[in-house]
Design a protein around this ligand. Structure first.
Ligand SMILES: [Ca+2]
Ligand SMILES: [Ca+2]
Length: 345
């Protein structure tokens, strides 16, 4: 009897190609399930046979294998369902690649420089964007704003209307991902997690944030769905710039910083990314600072500027003052979005 049961236990190996073909369930999970089922049957099989007879032993084996089989036939994600990736419903770029994988930022205030006790995530800020309701729409508007002056933000590479980057135009050398390097993406200068990571829907999820399989999710995807404030912040044009996809991905949600040395990982493009920080070229440091200052001013209470980055941002704002190109850009943003960036005069 034990021999028969052991043979039945072996089904997991022989059935794998079939299970793979019917799809959905991980072969590893199937194997483990059948393995543990057959283990239980094997251990108890002899005992059951002696006590209850062969009928019960066979029934027990059949039941165990059927249970395992049912799970394998029904597609089941292995993951818990939390933090599912953001589904980008737009056409032009993948998700802000790493923003969703980052450790979520708690809303603590270690330096105590923020007295406001939380933000109503459903109400728009009167200072900020109240006109453009989705990031997808902003991505289209950006292409119009930069028309005729199509240079990427970090590297100054030229790009086409079809969002193809001419890497040779700025001496860019691919670090790792050639396909993504050639693709233009729209970068959040202040990362989405910096302004959304403390919102309740991002941190805790929401009853309406359920996947098609009724699994709860939180993070950026839930914030975009639930928080009106987040959707408008995410779409704020003063915080968006065209960037080489590879640099956008590598920058992730890292804060700006001064890094030691001038290692060139991207050919002639003067951007360094290491130790979870990034150092942009001097010419755009003020522009970056003014995006941070604007976001902090327009959406108060979110600690976008705090004691850890204030000095650097103020320093960059002074060292790289507003020039005509930035003024021209801000004018077009104001026309499209309706509100002002008071730090660009
Ligand atoms: Ca540098
Ligand atoms: Ca500048």
């Amino acid at each position: 009897m034990v021999g028969i049961i052991t043979a039945l236990g072996g089904v997991d190996i022989r059935a794998e190609p079939y299970l793979e073909r019917i799809g959905g369930c991980s072969i590893g999970l199937c194997g483990r399930l059948y393995g543990s089922m057959s283990g239980v049957v094997e251990m108890t099989g002899g005992y059951v046979m002696v006590k209850r007879g062969w009928f019960w032993a066979v029934l027990l084996s059949a039941a165990a294998l059927t249970l395992g089989g049912c799970c394998c036939v029904e597609p089941q994600p292995i993951d818990s369902g939390w933090d599912e990736p953001v589904a980008d419903n737009d056409d032009d770029r993948p998700d802000e690649p790493d923003d969703d994988d980052e450790p979520e930022k708690p809303a603590e205030d270690p330096d105590g420089d923020d007295e406001e006790g939380g933000v109503d995530e459903h109400t728009l800020s009167k200072r900020g964007n109240q006109k453009i309701s989705s990031f997808s729409r902003s991505k289209r508007i950006i292409m119009e704003i930069f028309e005729g002056r199509q240079n990427t933000f970090y590297c100054g590479c030229r790009y086409t209307k079809d969002k193809e980057v001419y890497l040779n135009s700025c001496g860019y050398k691919v670090r790792k991902n050639g396909k993504r390097a050639k693709r233009l993406e729209i970068e959040h200068v202040v990362p989405a997690s910096d302004f959304g990571g403390g919102l309740p829907s991002w941190l805790e999820g929401h009853p309406e944030c359920l996947s098609s399989k009724k699994k709860p999710y939180k993070g950026r995807r839930c914030a975009t769905k639930i928080s009106k404030l987040f959707a408008y912040m995410e779409a704020d044009l003063y915080n968006l710039q065209p960037a080489i996809g590879e640099v956008n991905g590598d920058r992730s949600n890292y804060p700006p910083a001064i890094l030691e040395g001038e290692e060139r990982e991207y050919g002639k493009c003067d951007v360094e990314i290491e130790d979870e920080k990034f150092e942009p070229r001097p010419k755009i440091r003020g522009n970056i600072a003014r995006s941070y200052m604007y976001m902090d001013w327009a959406y108060p209470g979110l600690r976008i500027i705090h004691s850890g980055n204030r000095k650097l941002i103020e320093g960059w704002h002074k060292a790289d003052p507003v020039d005509d190109a930035e003024r021209e850009w801000a004018k077009k943003v104001q026309e499209a979005q309706g509100n002002k960036n008071p730090f660009i005069k």
